[in-house]
Write a new protein. Structure first.
Length: 157
C-alpha cells in the first residue's frame, strides 16, 4: 500500500489548471481553496505544468500560457516522476497528495479507483465536488492543530 497521503496536498490535472485560468467557474472555486490557505499545497510535476502550458497555448495564446506557467511554477510543490507516467496521477503519488482534481471521467471511475487502490491512496474528483466538500476548519485542525483562523492569503494575489 502507498504511504499515507497528506490531506493538505492537492493536484489539479492540466484540464483543471487551464479551466481555472480561462473559464473560472468550479475550477477556480476549487483552486481558490488551495490558494487561500498557506498550509494547503498545490503539487505538480514539470510534465504536468508542460501539459497545462500546451493546453493554454492551444486554447488561448503562447504569452498567456507562459505567464500562467511561471505562476504555477512559483506556487507549486515540485515533484519528479518517471517519463511516461500520467502527469497528474504521478504528481499525486510522488507528492503524497490526498486529492486529485480532474475533469477526466476515466480517472474518476470506479474501475480506475479499484485499479489504483493498491498503488496510490488519492481522492479523485471533479473540481465542483472538491469545492463543495472542502472543509478548511476540520482540515486545519487535523493538519495544523488548533482553531481554524480562516483564510490567510488572497487567492487573486
Amino acid at each position: 500500500m502507498a504511504e499515507r497521503p497528506n490531506p493538505a496536498r492537492v493536484v489539479a490535472d492540466a484540464d483543471v489548471l487551464a479551466a481555472d485560468l480561462l473559464v473560472g467557474g468550479e475550477a477556480r472555486k476549487a483552486l481558490d481553496h488551495v490558494r487561500s490557505h498557506s498550509w494547503v499545497e498545490l503539487v505538480a510535476s514539470d510534465p504536468l505544468i508542460e501539459r497545462t502550458e500546451r493546453l493554454v497555448t492551444e486554447l488561448a495564446d503562447p504569452e498567456l500560457a507562459a505567464d500562467h506557467r511561471a505562476r504555477l511554477e512559483a506556487e507549486r510543490v515540485a515533484v519528479d516522476h518517471p517519463d511516461g507516467d500520467h502527469p497528474a496521477l504521478a504528481s499525486a503519488y510522488r507528492g503524497q497528495a490526498a486529492h486529485l482534481l480532474t475533469y477526466d471521467e476515466g480517472l474518476g471511475s470506479a474501475e480506475a479507483g479499484l485499479s489504483l487502490q493498491s498503488r496510490v491512496s488519492v481522492s479523485i474528483r471533479p473540481p465542483d465536488a472538491f469545492a463543495r466538500l472542502f472543509d478548511p476548519a476540520s482540515l486545519y485542525k487535523a493538519v495544523e492543530g488548533g482553531e481554524y483562523p480562516g483564510p490567510d492569503r488572497d487567492p487573486r494575489a
